[in-house]
Design a protein around this ligand. Sequence first.
Ligand code: NAP
Length: 329
Amino acid sequence: MKFKAYQLAKRPAGKFTSDCFKAVELEKPELKDGDFLVKQSHMSLDPAMRTWVQDNEDSYIEPVRPGDIMRSYGVGEVVESKNPDYPVGSRVVGITGWAEYTLGGEDMQVVDKSVDVTALLSVLYVPGFTAYVGLMKIGRPERGQTLVVSGAAGSVGSLVGQIGKAEGLRVIGVAGSDEKCRWLEDELGFDKALNYKDANLAAQLEAATPDGIDLYFENTGGPIQHLAFDRMNRLGTIVVCGNIAEYSKDIPSPGPSWVDINLKALRVEGFVITDHYDKVEESMGAMMGYLEKGQLKFRSHVLKGLDSAVEGVQLLFSGQNQGKLFVEF
Ligand SMILES: NC(=O)c1ccc[n+]([C@@H]2O[C@H](COP(=O)([O-])OP(=O)(O)OC[C@H]3O[C@@H](n4cnc5c(N)ncnc54)[C@H](OP(=O)(O)O)[C@@H]3O)[C@@H](O)[C@H]2O)c1
């Protein structure tokens, strides 16, 4: 049996372009003991894909090299198995690849078929895990504090803000369009949302944070970064989750000054979820709890068919995705 997949054809110069990917036809692999074959049904598209294709051997994960099948997270069904932990018919989620079929790995989790796939990809799996670990474990907020989150209308940021509201914080979101800002305020209950493309962003941030910022959750970099940094309160915390504005640049933008980190005694902490797999169960339970209490809303941006990933992944870097972006096969 043959199936379709996409290789990384070349490393992008700047943002992803369609010629970075090449369609190939692969032969179904022969299974050895311990192997299982997954037919992918849903494939997540994530900003991290841009960092995975960088020629960076020091990153948290092995780079995808030209000629490799492009990496992704995804959901699928086990269709052949020589591994008793992953029987035929079970649904799995984990690292898959831009392919119709993939050999499963030990990182894959079996997920009950009663769990809605859209909620799984948009809330319970990577976005929720990232938001929960980043805010609750790295940020360690206290009720009444002011939280500013960038990338606020995205899959991670929208959950960070809503967890923040559920935990009694004052939440200011920063996003890239007026429509996204309205969604954050009117639907998700953010106290205020700011469009980082507005000319008077500094004045708006000042007005929205009269008592300064206790906790800044960084998803983007870009114009909000220095402004948020300048409004940090003494002993405040900055959680560095992502920097999508930087991923396509060869030369990183200058960061904020270390003098203020020193004099304001700020805690600035980066994190990557792959270092926190021990908290998956706790995170899934907590996110399920917020969902059941009606404290989380989400939206998903669904593309159809594997081929749509080529153009689809580019939406992330122009702000054209509305919510969690994934491909349905
Ligand atoms: N640390 C971890 O383990 C971890 C795990 C998952 C994700 N992340 C990071 O979390 C961040 C958000 O990821 P996500 O999955 O939730 O993606 P997402 O927010 O659903 O989608 C990306 C969004 O980023 C915004 N964006 C794109 N270019 C931008 C720019 N130049 N400046 C400012 N904003 C820009 C766009 O929204 P606007 O319209 O608002 O511009 C776009 O819709 C990313 O940086 C990602 O790498 C980190």
